[in-house]
Design a protein around this ligand. Structure first.
Ligand SMILES: Nc1ncnc2c1ncn2[C@@H]1O[C@H](COP(=O)(O)OP(=O)(O)OP(=O)(O)O)[C@@H](O)[C@H]1O
Ligand SMILES: [Mg+2]
Length: 474
């Protein structure tokens, strides 16, 4: 520890933030210099030696990110903490990727601020920050929505590990966004211009999965009429994402372990040993540790995969994110279906905050998509929600009583369905409803539904909607 005081630079265009930060940090016995824009922050770093800098993201003249990049050139080891009012994944990941030490979202917690500044200074002292990757990187937007503190940790972790070649294990319940996180890791890595190849290990029959992953030589089995390049080869120089890895058979696990250990593999029926340089990301919603205990997952593979783990918290543990997610999905689906929807009613909002979301973000997304499609007003009201959600209002105990079995049930049977299936269901329900309202008059029904009579007939046939005169009327 040095005897002189530590110097902290604060750059923020808001006077009250500057005053507040100065007071807090001086209270901790730091020297504090405050400036009101990014340009002055860069100047200050050129003129003085600082131990930590706090930069607002939005500032006039030079914004925080621009100032940060200049500061990094000049003083690469200075730990920088961003202050942002916009806790979006984009800014967070971008800042961490560029080598920022951390960031705080406004309004910030004073204790958290003090801890972060002190930790940043410690880190500088051991000059670890110099190791952070600073390669120039073209930024791509992610669509991970949520600014709860647990999601912020996820963004930071993505930023920290994206550029390394480390194998990453992404864990989280069904529908929490594991695939989105895998995409973000790839998009923020140096391999982003090369392929990201996704393999769903649970969806492919075991007999085919080996050839799907590693390819096969012509004639290696009955249907192998020609040589086939596997996903590991397709992902050459890029990333391979092994989804639902917990469902992989033990014999394939051994082969996967081999690729992870020495990067080699053989095509099915092939003698040539091939090399893979694909970065491996894996995801599962199962508890790999207990699979290991039950002898269903190789322990050695588990440790190989578990080098870096990103755990996405379930939605019920970050209900702060619900409002943002609702706004995001409402505008996404309103746009998609050409509707003007302002949002959800206050009653729906309350219900969303009460509900346990066993299907996580996917379930929320489906509820909103459905609401947008079926609502006839500019608002999604409680009448347009799936019944399992509304049930929570009447018996809010139901789900928490038996949360685990409930969530299992919803995941395994049709409680949570794919979007196309959901849309088909809603479409069918809507057609039946409108037809009933029009007492079977198809011309009228088609008009109300905003489709041609012909497409109404096609849909009646597609959904096997019984209607005596459907056959004769064309
Ligand atoms: N934070 C988020 N912001 C925006 N959309 C999200 C978020 N998390 C999940 N989604 C959306 O929810 C759906 C499910 O996400 P995803 O497929 O990534 O989940 P998953 O964890 O892989 O689920 P599963 O285990 O069932 O495969 C997708 O449509 C995805 O776009
Ligand atoms: Mg998935």
């Amino acid at each position: 520890m040095k005897l002189t005081k530590y110097n902290i630079l604060v750059a923020d265009d808001e006077e009250n933030v500057r005053v507040l930060l100065k007071e807090i940090l001086e209270g901790e016995d730091f020297f504090v210099e405050v400036v009101n824009n990014g340009e002055k922050a860069v100047q200050a770093v050129k003129n003085h030696q600082f131990d930590c800098a706090l930069l607002d993201v939005r500032m006039p003249v030079l914004d925080g990110m621009e100032a940060f990049l200049k500061i990094k050139d000049f003083s690469p080891d200075l730990p920088v903490i961003f202050l942002t009012a916009y806790g979006s994944s984009d800014i967070a990941i971008k800042a961490m990727k560029k080598g920022a030490y951390d960031y705080l979202t406004k309004p910030f917690d004073i204790d958290e601020l003090k801890i972060k500044v002190k930790k940043a200074i410690d880190l500088k002292e051991v000059t670890q920050s110099a190791q952070l990757n600073r390669s120039a990187f073209k930024y791509t937007a992610d669509e991970i929505i949520g600014d709860s503190s647990s999601m912020q940790e996820v963004y930071k972790e993505i930023g920290r590990i994206a550029d390394s070649d480390a194998t990453v294990l992404i864990m989280g319940e069904s529908g929490t966004g594991k695939e989105l996180v895998a995409k973000a890791v790839h998009n923020h890595s140096g391999k982003k211009n090369n392929p990201l190849v996704v393999v769903n290990c649970a969806a492919i029959p075991e007999s085919l999965l080996e050839s799907e992953l590693f390819g096969h030589e012509r004639g290696s089995f009955t249907d192998a009429v020609s040589r086939h390049l596997g996903k590991f080869e397709q992902a050459s120089n890029g990333t391979i994402f092994l989804d639902e890895i917990g469902d992989m058979s033990l014999s394939l696990q051994a082969k996967l372990l081999r690729v992870l250990q020495d990067k080699t593999f053989n095509r099915v029926g092939g003698n040539e040993t091939l090399l893979s340089n694909a970065r491996v990301l894996a995801a599962t919603n199962r508890n790999l540790e207990s699979l290991v205990k039950d002898g269903l997952f190789r322990e050695d593979l588990f440790y190989r995969l578990n080098v870096v783990t990103i755990t996405i918290p379930p939605l019920r543990e970050r209900k702060d994110d619900i409002t943002l997610l609702v706004a995001y999905f409402t505008s996404k689906y309103a746009k998609k279906y050409g509707k003007e929807i302002r949002g959800v009613s206050p009653e729906v909002n309350d219900l969303f905050l009460k509900y346990d979301w066993p299907g996580n973000v996917r379930e929320l997304e489906n509820a909103i998509a459905r609401g947008v499609i079926v609502t006839s007003s500019s608002m999604i009201t409680i009448d347009y929600l799936p019944k399992e959600l509304v049930a929570v209002n009447n018996h809010s105990k139901v789900i928490s009583d038996n949360q685990e079995s409930q969530s299992k049930k919803l995941n395994e049977n049709g409680g949570i369905v794919s979007l196309p299936e959901l849309i088909a269901r809603v479409e069918k329900e809507t057609i039946i409803k409108v037809l009933n309202e029009c007492e079977g008059n198809k011309t009228k029904a088609a008009k109300i539904l905003g489709i041609s009579r012909k497409s109404l007939f096609n849909k009646l046939r597609q959904y096997s909607i019984a209607n005596e005169d459907t056959q004769n009327e064309e």
